[in-house]
Design a protein around this ligand. Structure first.
Ligand code: SF4
Ligand code: MG
Length: 340
């Protein structure tokens, strides 16, 4: 859970109780090596905050983040440092994340040194650098080592950012919209590289995206977030092809032909997809009950007051946080009876 305090004028509007933005509430999931988990949601749904929490860039408001069962509640210390090395973040904009005055060599040498993977320097360092560039298919490595970021294409820069993350010898990659700033024509290449690294290095990857169609193509498991909460999860094929939660159905229903999008990776846009169905709520005063209820065509009376728990849909692990999957609720109050 992560709540940000609200300062300044916005705060005055809600001055009775100290105002907070409920950016992330009760988000809980497991990443596993050799698997990609997609976290899908529109902008403002809290997915980037989840990535920053997992990268330990923000302290959390409540809850814990564990690596192999080991808590990271205590910041600093040996366990915390081990975690920070093992869990690496890749950002959306490779141009912003690389320093324009430094070469590729400089960007890659630092993590190798910091994390003790540079060998004894000299030839060993050179071999480690060459290995990193080869792993991300920037070959021949000599051509890229002394280049500056502006001399590379967007796709090449993102590959350098991935190589830099690999320099720490991670177990987990957190990839926050890793291809959304890239030309559509090269997105697939970068996603395929991540897929390949997942297999070869047995990485756990968290793939954050607003593009639910790419989650089907790229992720083993998909989790959908709405207004700071997880609303649906399961294997990607099921969540994208047979979505259960009304919000996920809204996202997928407005996407153009999925087969076509899989070819191009990058069409079904969560931020565009749901314009037709209203706006996401304020996270300063999120709606009570189900946060989607003001927009939900199937809302029942209970939805406005009671937070729906995660309800199991089938044995495959598919679940949705929605009262539609509670037989007693549906029997008492027909779906849609409380819709706006
Ligand atoms: Fe939320 Fe109720 Fe709609 Fe389910 S039916 S998404 S619980 S408002
Ligand atoms: Mg974001």
């Amino acid at each position: 859970t992560k709540h940000f305090p609200v300062r300044g004028r916005l705060r005055d509007l809600f001055s009775r109780t100290p105002a907070v933005v409920h950016a992330v509430d009760d988000v809980s999931f497991a990443l596993r090596r050799g698997r990609v988990t997609a976290l899908v949601g529109e902008s403002g749904s809290g997915k980037s905050t989840v990535a920053r929490l997992l990268a330990q860039l923000h302290p959390r408001t409540a809850g814990d983040i564990r690596l192999h069962g080991t808590s990271t509640r205590v910041r600093g210390g040996r366990r915390f440092r081990a975690y920070v090395r093992r869990v690496q973040l890749i950002l959306q904009d490779p141009f912003a994340s690389l320093n324009p005055v430094h070469t590729v060599r400089h960007h890659l040498t630092r993590p190798l040194r910091i994390h003790g993977n540079a060998g004894r320097g000299g030839e060993e360092l050179e071999r480690a650098l060459t290995d990193l560039l080869t792993r991300v298919n920037l070959t021949p490595p000599e051509r890229y080592l002394d280049a500056f970021p502006h001399e590379l294409s967007g796709g090449q820069r993102q590959r350098v950012a991935i190589a830099r993350a690999l320099g720490a010898d991670p177990e987990v990659l957190l990839a926050d919209e890793p291809v959304s700033m890239l030309d559509v024509s090269i997105r697939l290449g970068v996603l395929n590289l991540l897929q390949d690294l997942k297999q070869r290095l047995d990485l756990a990857i968290l793939y954050i995206t607003h593009d639910i169609a790419s989650a089907r193509y790229f992720a083993d498991e998909t989790i959908v977030m709405y207004a700071g909460r997880m609303v649906e999860g399961g294997d990607s094929e099921t969540v994208t092809q047979a979505p259960a939660h009304p919000y996920t159905r809204l996202l997928t229903g407005s996407a153009p032909d999925p087969e076509r999008i899989v070819g191009a990776v990058g069409g079904a846009d969560a931020s565009r997809a749901d314009r037709g169905g209203g706006e996401p709520p304020s996270l300063i005063k999120p709606p009570a009950g189900c946060r989607f209820h003001p927009r939900c065509p199937q809302a029942m009376r209970r939805c406005a007051t009671d937070l729906p728990p995660r309800l199991t849909i089938d044995e495959s692990g598919h679940w949705a946080a929605c009262w539609l999957f509670d037989a007693a609720t549906v029997a008492a109050d027909p779906p849609g009876s409380a819709a706006a």
